[in-house]
Ligand binder design. Sequence first.
Ligand code: NAG
Ligand code: NAG
Length: 248
Amino acid sequence: MCLLIPLLLFISPVCGDLLNFKPYSGSYMTTWTNAQTFCRKYHTDLITIRNEQENTFFKSGGWIGLYRANTNTWKWSRGDEIASFIKWDSSQPSQNGDCVYKNYGVWWTHGCHYNHSFMCYDEKLVLVKENKTWEEALNHCRSLGAVDTNDPNSPYRNHRYDLATLITTDDHTYARERAQQASTDEVWTGLCNLAGEWLWVGGGQMQYENIPSCPTNGFCGVLEKSGTASYGIRNCQQRRNFFCYIKP
Ligand SMILES: *[C@@H]1O[C@H](CO)[C@@H](O)[C@H](O)[C@H]1NC(C)=O
Ligand SMILES: *[C@@H]1O[C@H](CO)[C@@H](O)[C@H](O)[C@H]1NC(C)=O
């Protein structure tokens, strides 16, 4: 059963919450490897760019996470994922080095020991490749980290992560691409049904304040890896992979 959920049609912000990056330039300019180390320390990693839309959104220049793993294979620093989207300048790739920087919106190879500005990003979406019921998944996300680290066991709304809220088209596109790595065809999101109303358990637009939690003997929302439906509605007791996210 697939349903389109009306709340998805509400006006979205220009870009989603999940795409975000931090450019470092000037005195930060450094080698690709140093940039990678820095990004992994203070953020998630050097940036991964998965499509044209992201390439436009990450509008700065400098080292990106792409590197040449061998002659014809280009990988992303994050997870050594093989790159499917690549945006070379028409003169590229050349043989002058195995690391990649972005300039004027297109990508260029260069020796990894050269100094460039660079872009880090913070991964807000976490794909958990374990098969859990919706409620187990919710508990898993909420156990990933506390907001108040001095009092991590404080019971109420002290979780840093939640089952993911995916509202905007951009977030949706991004999440679907990430979902390709899942071991199940569908992944749980934070969408659930409380007394006939659909809501995002982790908050976001359309969230009502002080809602305790959804009953989990009903229906919950999945994102499907393939297909174009925005959401699928499934029995919350089924087991599948799921998306947690860092709450905004
Ligand atoms: C990169 O910057 C470092 C530190 O400023 C400098 O020592 C090094 O020579 C630079 N590398 C290149 C290839 O310009
Ligand atoms: C989760 O379920 C999928 C599909 O049934 C299966 O292929 C996968 O191995 C399972 N993953 C785990 C960690 O059990």
